[in-house]
Design a protein around this ligand. Structure first.
Ligand code: PEP
Length: 265
């Protein structure tokens, strides 16, 4: 973040936590808490699908806008169809949703998402004007086998199949080592930055990736976010556990805002 003008993205992935009423209450409390100027940061909260309508309505109608917007945690790739339980991109855009997390490791692990389905979803997101947050990352076994770089490069390449290079500045990637998600084991900042740099280098083979935002995710907390966000190739954070706590999430957003002020105009 020191050499470019990429805006930080701080995204909270609530996973399968919070009822609709709890999500509403959290949104109001987050609004009340986030009083400092965070306009230099793209702040996104990703509630469960069922709460997206209420949270978006709370931000737009009850609060008259907020310094954060909403994203979905996943979606299907088709516009509509017989896919029981799924959510189509137009259902999200009709609510004013701007972002969608795609290929989260929990989706890959528990719901059989593959590099191919992730790519279809990336294409669908772009077709509907949604900004995808595309997750890639290795398991502990893959890291220990020395496969991290090859795997990340393959995931990035697959996600970008049939995606026009001109779209690169609009894309967001998230490096999320699976072994760091929800475990309290954060990837060292230098290593997280290195892998984020590797993602940028992989994308550079397709086109100009200097404006693509690349986030780190995996046990990001207020006590490690400043160090992670200070590195040159990490442009933000995808946060699970700490995004469920108003003060922790706000602290991380404030760290990004603090660092943004040092970015040359
Ligand atoms: C995540 O779910 O994307 C994540 C990074 O979770 P946590 O911050 O809890 O590790």
């Amino acid at each position: 973040m020191t050499t470019t003008s990429r805006r930080f993205v701080i995204a909270g992935n609530w996973k399968m936590y919070k009822t609709v009423d709890e999500a509403h209450d959290f949104t109001r409390r987050l609004y009340d808490q986030m009083k400092d100027d965070v306009s230099s940061v793209d702040v996104v909260i990703c509630p469960p699908t069922l709460a997206l309508d209420r949270v978006t309505h709370t931000i737009e109608k009850e609060l008259g806008g907020a310094p954060f917007s909403t994203g979905a945690q996943t979606m299907e790739s088709g516009d509509e169809g017989a896919f029981t339980g799924e959510t189509a991109p137009p259902m999200l855009t009709s609510l004013g949703i701007q972002f969608v997390i795609l290929g989260h490791s929990e989706r890959r692990q528990y719901y059989n998402e593959t590099n191919e389905t992730v790519n279809k979803k990336v294409q669908a997101a772009l077709k509907h004007g949604l900004t995808p947050i595309i997750c890639v990352g290795e398991t502990l076994a893959q890291r220990e086998a020395g496969e991290t770089d090859t795997l990340i490069q393959a995931q990035v390449k697959a996600a970008m199949t049939q995606i026009d290079a001109v779209i690169l500045p609009q894309l967001i990637f998230a490096y999320e080592p699976v072994w760091a998600i929800g475990t309290g084991k954060t990837c060292e900042a230098t290593e997280a930055n290195r892998v984020c740099g590797l993602i940028r280098t992989s994308l550079s083979k397709i086109g100009d990736a200097s404006k693509t935002r690349i986030l780190y995710g995996g046990s990001v907390k207020p006590d490690n976010s400043l160090e992670l966000l200070s590195t040159p190739d990490i442009d933000g954070a995808l946060i699970g556990g700490a995004s469920l706590d108003v003060s922790s999430f706000t602290q991380i957003v404030y760290h990004a805002a603090q660092l943004s002020q040092k970015v040359p105009a």
